[in-house]
Design a protein around this ligand. Structure first.
Ligand code: SF4
Length: 411
């Protein structure tokens, strides 16, 4: 699968967008026409569509797609950034183990995630490395497996990611290639439960409800378009699994408006060149054999039922990092007893003034945060949504939002 951020691919995407400008304009017309028809028929003056995935947010922001939409049609980013939602607790755990001499393997963007509780450096894996800790950035779990074999020593892999990463972890365990000196800290999170949770929060807080969902393309390549069937069935939400080119996103918006107009919510797979209804059956089976769904914590949000993956017993005995190092896992009980005095649930999990808990739900925009591009920038992130390329704050910062005087049509 190609990476839309790869420079060569980016250039192709840009060319495609230029060459497809006529198509884009026609789609814009369809979107405006259906928006007016929806307003007329259903009396909806504002429509909110959630693009769940951080990479969709990049496409939307980078290509100025919001500026093509009628006033009243809002695109909001969802919790689709796996780095943003890693609870700070686990960063503290890894910092402590790293300081005790455990070799840490992880992905490039993760090293910038900061501890909230640490009062003095090292507050991140990047700082730990500067202090002499053994922190190695890898491109994949397989790289960590190979290096742990070659170098030996107690080591730990920070297994962050959504359903897209889980098969690579599962297959390595299934094939028996993971050495016993490499322990695995599973921070894999599942996207459909997070979407359910998001809808619940909007309802509970009386916010303008989400009326359509652009479902993640990469994740759906694994779990299948059918995994989103609950959205139209249980919530009446039109859902489009979309690709990552600007035209894909415009098509998805047009299809969602058409479904709202015709009152026929269902799941449409726009990204047919990659996604099928059932997904990657082989990968899903491997993941099921190695992992079990667990009640898991999302940073700034809290615990969501069956929203994470933990190693099954036959693998956890040899590989689970928390059990091996005798570190208790984060539990709701631990949260209540340790942090209840903070009053606001899960606020402790974010640095002061950071509004990432609302940004990942699309309730606040990065520019609503007082730290955005002041104390928090891509080179020096203060909060987790500024760390990863998929974080909404990082995406907005890199696209120049908030740094130009005329924001009309951009936000
Ligand atoms: S700009 Fe930084 S501090 Fe503010 S919400 Fe985003 S990540 Fe948090």
């Amino acid at each position: 699968m190609f990476n839309v951020r790869d420079k060569g691919v980016l250039e192709l995407v840009r060319r495609a967008f230029r060459e497809n400008s006529e198509l884009a304009l026609r789609l814009r017309e369809v979107i405006w026409r259906y928006f007016e028809k929806v307003v007329e028929r259903h009396g909806l003056k504002r429509i909110k569509i959630m693009n769940f995935c951080g990479t969709h947010e990049w496409t939307v922001t980078h290509y100025g797609i919001r500026s093509l939409l009628p006033e009243g049609l809002e695109l909001v980013a969802g919790p689709g950034c796996p780095v943003c939602i890693v609870p700070a607790y686990y960063i503290d755990v890894v910092l402590k183990l790293g300081a005790e001499g455990v070799r840490i393997y992880t992905y490039g963007d993760v090293v910038k995630l900061r501890s909230v509780r640490a009062r003095a450096p090292p507050r991140s894996l990047e700082e730990l490395k500067a202090f002499g800790g053994d922190v190695t950035v890898v491109y994949s779990f397989i790289d960590a497996v190979r290096m742990a074999r070659e170098r030996g020593g107690d080591s730990l892999f920070l297994g962050i990611g959504f359903e897209t990463m889980a098969p690579s972890y599962a297959l390595a365990f299934k094939r028996g290639i993971v050495p016993k000196n490499l322990k695995f800290l599973s921070l894999v999170r599942l996207t459909p439960p997070a979407m359910k949770y998001t809808i619940k929060v909007y309802r509970e807080r009386g916010l303008l409800p989400i009326q359509g969902v652009i479902a993640p393309g990469h994740v759906s390549a694994v779990i299948g378009g059918g995994a989103w069937e609950f959205l139209p069935r249980d919530y009446g939400l039109p859902t489009v699994v979309a690709g990552f080119e600007p035209i894909d996103v415009l098509i998805a918006i047009a299809q969602i408006l058409q479904m709202i107009y015709h009152e026929s919510p269902r799941v449409i797979i726009e990204y047919r060149r990659v996604v099928s209804w059932d997904g990657n059956v082989y990968a899903k089976k491997a993941v099921d054999e190695v992992f079990v769904k667990a009640y898991s914590a999302w940073r700034g949000l809290g615990f969501i039922p069956r929203s994470g993956l933990k190693l099954r017993e036959r693998y956890s005995e040899a590989y689970d990092a928390l059990s091996y190092y005798g570190v208790p896992d984060l539990t709701p009980r631990e949260f209540i007893f340790t942090h209840a005095h903070h009053g606001v649930p899960w606020e402790y999990d974010l640095p002061p003034r950071c509004r990432c808990g609302e940004v990942v739900l699309g309730i606040a925009r990065p520019i609503d945060c007082p730290m955005f591009m002041k104390g928090c920038t891509p080179s020096k992130p203060w909060g987790p949504c500024m760390v990863s390329y998929e974080g909404t704050c990082n995406v907005w910062a890199r696209s120049g939002v908030g740094q130009i005087s005329d924001l009309k049509g951009v936000v």
